[in-house]
Design a protein around this ligand. Structure first.
Ligand SMILES: [Zn+2]
Length: 386
């Protein structure tokens, strides 16, 4: 007997073991009565334990509910304990989904094409290519009004001949009894899931976002405890940001926009100053010596070194070598046959240098300081003889 239907609030049950057998590494147990809901109708299966052994799956096959366990059970008696927070969460999300789908249908004519109840999120796909922010807010407001109205949720079974008694949105093409979940007077849905007893038990319903999906709109939502936890997380983010920026929550957006604008201005200013500094350094390098111009700049990035080399070559003719730790950036603007990429390959390669480049620009990295030193001295000699 499926006690999760007759009493969805039952959390513990003592019953009898009817059968058990092993399939692969799982032990499948059939009980006389069960409080464990099997996967179905978009709702995930329950968890919990039987005689202290944890459930790993619950599924239904040909009307029989199988409880999958890691270990076999002893004796005939079964003491069942339901993972209640998980079940209540599923009931809140599932009942919330019925309500949300009903309002989308009644107020806008959008059908719910599919429903996902996952650990991470819940969503429905509704039959509209787009959903405006105003409509989303209107639906959310209406749904929560129904929640606060505390309408009863009723479940009952209709025979094929009785189906005309209730206004079903979609009549299943099945010649069998139909289980109906009714939000009293508001919605009648064929459903095999477990549900709360009144809309107030759904708790807060919050639409998190909506997005276009295969010509439909996917609406993400949270109900009950999930919505409360999400509120808590968002509260924390707002609080932390508010403390960091020393502004009240309502001023956060404006302040952040201002900070980002300031950041962009500063970045622009830094770029201008960097360019200016490069030019000044280039002037000083050129004033101090002749080609090859050699400079050590351990904190510069490769991009900055390239820029500096470019600035030097704007002022003078020759070769520039900039050293950033174990790395060298080389460039020249001489109208001769010196090919820097080739030079790296022929002279730096045998000394352990890794790199390359083209005729007028190259870079090389030496894992070993001795190689770098040797390359530099050889390079100077080579360049001087140029
Ligand atoms: Zn349902």
């Amino acid at each position: 007997m499926k006690r999760y239907y007759s009493d969805p609030w039952l959390r513990n049950l003592d019953t009898k073991i009817l059968s058990q057998h092993q399939e692969d590494d799982r032990h499948l147990v059939v009980l006389e009565e069960t409080i464990f809901y099997p996967t179905g109708g978009g709702q995930p299966h329950d968890l919990g334990s039987v005689n202290g052994v944890s459930l790993i799956d619950v599924f239904e096959k040909d009307g029989v509910v199988f409880h999958a366990l890691e270990h076999p059970l002893q004796g005939d008696d079964a003491s069942c304990v339901l993972d209640w927070p998980r079940r209540l969460d599923h009931m809140q999300q599932h009942s919330g989904q019925h309500l949300l789908s009903a309002v989308f249908h009644d107020d806008y004519g959008y059908r719910t094409e599919s429903f996902h109840l996952g650990e991470e999120y819940c969503s429905i796909d509704i039959s509209t290519p787009s959903l405006s922010n105003e409509d989303q807010i209107a639906v959310e407001t209406k749904v929560n009004t129904v929640v606060f109205s505390n309408l009863p949720l009723l479940t009952y079974t209709l025979s094929p001949g009785e189906r005309g008694k209730v206004p079903l949105r979609k009549i299943p093409n099945l010649d069998a009894d139909l289980r109906i979940v009714e939000i009293q007077g508001l919605d009648y849905s064929p459903c095999s899931g477990t549900h709360v007893s009144s809309t107030s038990q759904i708790g807060l319903v919050k639409i998190i976002k909506s997005e276009k999906y295969k010509g439909m709109t996917r609406v993400y939502f949270l109900c009950g405890d999930r919505a409360l936890r999400d509120y808590g997380r968002k509260q924390e983010v707002c609080h932390n940001l508010g403390s960091l920026l020393s502004v009240p929550e309502e001023a956060l957006h404006e302040r952040m926009a201002l900070e980002l604008e300031r950041k962009q201005e500063l970045e622009k200013k830094i770029l201008e100053l960097t360019n200016e500094l490069m030019d000044l350094r280039a002037q000083s390098i050129v004033a101090q010596g002749a080609s090859p111009f050699y400079l050590e700049s351990p904190n510069a990035t490769i991009e900055e070194a390239r820029q500096l080399a470019h600035s030097v070559l704007n002022l003078a003719t020759g070769t520039v070598i900039i050293r950033l730790g174990e790395r060298l950036v080389l460039a020249h603007n001489q109208a001769d046959t010196l090919h820097l990429g080739q030079l790296i390959k022929e002279k730096a390669g045998p000394l352990g240098g890794r790199g390359g480049g083209n005729a007028t620009g190259a870079q090389v990295y030496f894992p070993d300081r001795a190689g770098l030193r040797e390359f530099l001295s050889a390079l100077k000699i080579d360049l001087e003889s140029d």
